[in-house]
Design a protein around this ligand. Structure first.
Ligand SMILES: Cc1cc2nc3c(=O)[nH]c(=O)nc-3n(C[C@H](O)[C@H](O)[C@H](O)COP(=O)(O)O)c2cc1C
Length: 183
């Protein structure tokens, strides 16, 4: 079974986008689509990056673990909230820490906002960022508007039918890239 790593990109108290990471982890597991694991930036608690990990003299265990998990993953799903039309500093910090780990890695983008646009601005910026890193940006994304109302605390969608349909369509693209670009 292929491995999908889900990066939960908000470290905020009362964060909402973590619910979406929980949703995808559960969905992928229940549907037996892949082996799924959440990489929670809040738990990993990285220092502010001064230098790429490969050039860091005394990396933390969590930094090394993060590098290994991204390297081993057959695809990565990024769950990012939109902050001021962009990505949160903690997520950019984690992305910049790595280099070759992103090379030719299929990356699916999930964006989350409390408003009606579902993180359309951060989606565009993440596409540019991952293209710059020579990752393979999956040709479908999954915007989540009105996150407070759309999912409960465990990541169960209120409108299950519609969210499952959209998730199926998004994940089929993620899995296509996963199969195509991993032997
Ligand atoms: C610093 C900050 C900036 C934000 N800027 C935006 C924004 O530009 N557009 C937007 O739709 N929501 C914005 N939000 C609201 C987030 O969409 C909201 O907090 C949502 O729950 C996702 O973030 P979370 O996972 O940290 O909860 C902002 C929230 C914070 C904390």
């Amino acid at each position: 079974m292929k491995k999908i790593a889900i990066i939960s990109g908000s470290i905020r108290k009362n964060r909402q986008s973590h619910k979406i990471a929980l949703f995808f982890d559960r969905y992928i597991t229940e549907m037996q689509l892949a082996q799924s694991e959440i990489i929670d930036l809040k738990e990993l608690n990285f220092p502010i990056v001064e230098e790429r990990l490969a050039l860091t003299e005394n990396p933390t265990q969590n930094q090394l673990l993060f590098s290994a998990k991204i390297f081993e993953a057959d695809a990565v799903i990024i769950v990012s909230p939109e902050y001021n039309g962009s990505y949160p500093a903690a997520l950019k910090n984690a992305i910049d820490m790595l280099g070759k780990e992103w090379l030719h890695k299929p990356v699916g983008i999930v964006t989350v906002s409390s408003g009606v646009f579902g993180g359309v601005n951060v989606n565009a910026l993440l596409q540019i960022l991952f293209t710059r890193l020579k990752a393979l940006v999956v040709t479908a994304s999954f915007p989540v508007p009105n996150v407070h109302q759309a999912f409960d605390e465990q990541g169960i969608p209120v409108d299950k039918e519609s969210i499952y349909k959209r998730a199926e369509s998004f994940l089929s693209e993620v899995l296509w890239f996963t199969e195509k670009f991993n032997s």
